[in-house]
Design a protein around this ligand. Structure first.
Ligand code: SAM
Ligand code: SF4
Length: 356
């Protein structure tokens, strides 16, 4: 079965290899041909956003998905259950677009939490609606939160996010803390000439407030096609700048993740992490899979094809059937992305349409 997907094609095989292996808890694991196990699911619940960050979305002209094209909460919860109960997924991150613009998102958090209250349910948000939503999310079972913040200056915020909501985002961060959504991670996309002079200020903020600041390299997933390698600030440069003032100590992570994490050597609270997707890709240990808002399963941010699950679910297939389609897709996960190599092809979708 071949299904057209945004300019490319996605092939769902009728027979599939052994992607699922029985894991130690009796559940299966989702394994690919390179031996990596997918246990971190990112679910985008909307392609819409109330910001227009220059590294993510075009200023205008993006066509939104129709409401009926979006996965419904029941469909998302069904998939979450399948991934958790059958395949041992332990982390579910809700993202978008801006997840808090989806009406009653807290109900979805509650539905996922019902699948397994010990699940690590997290969210990535621009923070602007957190004053209204933080407590509701916490009560529904959200465990942690990542809030995107690229600058500590209002005028720059306007330039980068193309929004005037700087004050509301800062207040949203406070509201999350008050609601007990802790620890808080702040995501900063570092762009040369735009905000790279603020990395030490962000490290200081981490120390003062106890946040973990994640410095993210700018990836070629923007909506305006402005990405060039010259605008990427390699993580090691950021680390050097920070260490000039605040020496760092590596944190040993029990599960390998995309971020290299550090605490402050002098014992100050908080920490920093570096997501070096461009300068030091972490593809060989990548444990992530993604669902787009319209129910496409993506095995890489830079996938050129998706496996569409929505219409399959709506046609009434069983969980066994759905599981086989998912296993096949994961089995064929790409070895890695090719940023800065001759074979690199930028996906047709930008970050807000994929789910970061
Ligand atoms: N709207 C929410 C937010 O901004 O936090 C969630 C969705 S956003 C696509 C998820 C994360 O992707 C954010 O931390 C954002 O900064 C990051 N991001 C977006 N475009 C990026 C790019 N081109 N390179 C690196 N990170 C990017
Ligand atoms: Fe919206 Fe998040 Fe993309 Fe910014 S990074 S435009 S807040 S989806």
């Amino acid at each position: 079965m071949t299904v057209p997907m945004g300019g490319s094609t996605s092939t769902v095989m009728n027979s599939y290899p052994t992607a699922s292996m029985i894991g130690h808890m009796g559940t299966a694991t989702l394994r690919d041909t390179y031996g990596r196990v997918a246990d971190d699911l990112r679910i985008s619940i909307t392609d819409r956003c109330n910001f227009r960050c220059i590294y993510c979305m075009p200023a205008e002209g993006l066509k939104w998905l129709k409401r009926d094209d979006l996965l419904r909460f029941e469909e998302i919860a069904r998939l979450a259950r399948l991934f958790v109960e059958r395949y041992g997924v332990r982390t579910i991150r809700i993202t978008g677009g801006e997840p808090l613009v989806r009406i009653k998102v807290e109900e979805l958090v509650g539905m996922i939490n019902e699948v397994d209250p010990t699940l690590d349910i997290t969210m990535t948000t621009n923070g602007v609606l957190l004053r209204e939503k933080a407590q509701l999310l916490k009560d529904a079972g959200l465990k942690r939160i990542n809030i995107s913040l690229d600058t500590l200056h209002m005028d720059r915020f306007h330039e980068i996010a193309r929004s005037d909501a700087f004050g509301r985002v800062m207040d949203g961060i406070r509201a999350s803390r008050e609601a007990g959504l802790w620890p808080i991670k702040l995501n900063m996309v570092v762009m040369k000439g735009k905000n790279d002079d603020e990395v030490v200020d962000f490290a200081r903020l981490a120390r003062d407030e106890g946040y973990e600041v994640r410095f993210i390299e700018f990836m070629p997933l923007d909506g305006d096609n402005i990405w060039t390698n010259e605008q990427v600030v390699p993580s090691r440069r950021i680390q050097e700048q920070i260490e000039d003032l605040f020496p760092l100590q590596p944190v040993a992570d029990p599960r390998p993740g995309p971020a290299t994490r550090f605490k402050f050597a002098d014992g100050a609270p908080g920490g920093v992490g570096f997501i070096s997707s461009v300068s030091q890709a972490f593809c060989t240990t990548c444990n992530r899979i993604r669902l787009t808002a319209e129910g496409g399963l993506r095995t890489c941010l830079f996938s050129l094809q998706e496996t569409p699950l929505r219409d399959l679910m709506r046609s009434g297939v069983s969980d066994d059937h759905l599981g086989r389609v998912i296993e096949t897709a994961v089995w064929r996960k790409e070895e890695g992305h090719l940023i800065n190599q001759p074979g690199f092809i930028k996906p047709a979708k930008n970050m807000s349409q994929i789910g970061g």
